[in-house]
Write a protein that binds this ligand. Structure first.
Ligand code: AMP
Length: 457
């Protein structure tokens, strides 16, 4: 089955060809024709399956007909995080090049004034995180009565983040006669109940076993003691085939400390977590995408949905507390048919977490041998290759860059960083504020240009 068989317009088919896609993915084959027919849909599909295009493509054709009205968006897409919302907006931009649709993003952390202005002129598509949408709604800045197409994306993630009451309330503000599409990687009972309540006779599709992991990703666990974690990680980062890597840690403080430590060791690393302001988060992602840095230390805020090409390695500096998070974290590599590698550092305290991951995925993860010595131990000094040879590409490049930098820049660089804080010694269940998954709303920076625009203008 080709894209042309799905019932999409010629303008859209040309945009899809422009995006380089030759064949629809299974979720697209199953979803697009029924969405075009106006049916409700429940799709059990993980990120990486092409699910975003499965709703964005038919929406563009549906919204191609009709006109916008001030303050009354014609369709609404709910996303759990700002990053996912921004990514969906980018998809609209990419696939909507031949359409004149207007779009607005309502996400926490962007000045409300600019978002309200965008709404006042009327939009075809509103992409929002639930918290910010409710906030604007309660201030009377938005009417949802003209919104007859609703997408609830990453519903299980919404559940994890405590957004379900907001979503229920939002559903009651929309017209009863509407089309609703619900996407979720898994279907826990609460989501099933939500679907029963707010969807009408939906078509149900499932494209991958929930919580399955990608066969293109080679997975390893690396047994290590708490004290040796960083040294072990640095050795793994020196792998020849490492191109770009995301390193996940369970706590925001660990993300910050680890990034500082890696930078001190000469790695070209950056960080992303929920305590950062939105422009900083986007700028850091941008540096990673552009290759200014090749290592991104991240909290789980970056675990789901983020689609960055060419991530060769994922490292779990901490074994995730929830097995679902493991599947989402390692899914940042091995994308679009590429090969990837995922390493999870495992201290004796993490045994139960690994058991749970293996139960969920139905797959025993191989133990990685760090080179003859007990896996957690450093190689004996004399056996180490010469220092120059051990430098990872990223580290060498960083040094070259430093050497080439003008003297003033070099002098301005801090000579010594404070010593890193000791890592939390023992894994324990996270407090809500330590984990990085709460609804993250609320800074007042300028709106990045790409977040507010009209398609094809
Ligand atoms: P998603 O599951 O929406 O996060 O999409 C995962 C990746 O698949 C994104 O990089 C999309 O650009 C890409 N993609 C979506 N549809 C197709 C397709 N039909 N052929 C090839 N790549 C696709």
């Amino acid at each position: 089955m080709s894209f042309a068989d799905l019932g999409l317009s010629d303008e859209l088919l040309s945009a899809v060809t422009g995006a380089g896609y030759t064949e629809p993915t299974p979720v697209q084959k199953q979803a697009i024709p029924s969405v075009l027919m106006g049916k409700d849909l429940i799709a059990i599909a993980q990120t990486g399956t092409g699910k975003t295009a499965a709703f964005v493509l038919p929406m563009i054709d549906i919204l191609g007909e009709g006109r916008t009205r001030a303050l009354m968006p014609r369709s609404l897409i709910l996303e759990p995080t700002r990053e996912l919302a921004a990514q969906v907006a980018e998809n609209f931009e990419k696939y909507g090049v031949n359409h004149k649709l207007s779009m607005a993003l309502l996400i926490g952390g962007v000045q409300m004034g600019d978002q309200v202005k965008a709404l006042q002129s009327g939009v075809d598509v509103l992409i929002a995180t639930p918290g910010r949408l409710m906030d604007l709604f309660q201030r009377g800045k938005i009417l949802l009565t003209g919104c007859d197409l609703l997408v609830i994306d990453e519903a299980d993630r919404m559940l994890d983040m405590g957004f379900i009451p907001d979503i229920e309330e939002i559903c009651t503000k929309l017209p009863k006669q509407r089309q609703t599409l619900l996407f979720s990687a898994t279907m826990p009972p609460v989501i099933k109940k939500l679907a029963d309540k707010f969807l009408t006779n939906p078509k149900q599709i499932e494209v991958a076993r929930p919580a399955s992991t990608n066969v293109n990703i080679t997975q390893w666990v690396v047994p290590v003691s708490g004290q040796k974690k960083r040294a072990t990680l640095e050795r793994l980062l020196e792998a020849d085939d490492l191109n770009t890597a995301i390193i996940f840690a369970n706590r925001k403080t660990t993300v910050r400390d680890l990034n500082k430590a890696l930078q001190r060791s000469g790695f070209r690393s950056g960080e992303i977590h929920g305590d950062m302001e939105q422009p900083q988060r986007l700028a850091e992602l941008d540096r990673f995408k552009k290759g200014d840095i090749n290592i991104l230390v991240a909290s789980d805020v970056a675990a789901r949905g983020l689609d960055i090409k060419g991530v060769s390695h994922v490292f779990n500096y901490d074994a995730p507390w929830h097995p679902d998070d493991y599947v989402h974290r390692i899914g940042r590599t091995g994308r679009a048919g590429a090969k990837g590698a995922a390493f999870t550092l495992v201290t004796p305290d993490d045994a139960e977490n690994i058991d749970n991951i293996e139960k969920l995925t139905g797959h025993k993860i191989d133990r990685y041998d760090m080179g003859g010595a007990p896996a957690e131990a450093e190689a004996p000094r004399e056996e180490k290759p010469k220092r120059e040879d051990r430098k990872p590409a990223g580290r060498k490049k960083a040094e070259e860059k430093r050497e080439k930098a003008p003297v003033r820049e070099r002098e301005a660089a801090p000579k010594r960083e404070p010593a890193p804080r000791r890592e939390e010694a023992k894994a324990r269940p996270p407090r809500r504020d330590e984990r990085d998954e709460g609804p993250d709303e609320g800074w007042n920076g300028p709106v990045p240009d790409f977040l507010n625009f009209t398609l094809s203008e």
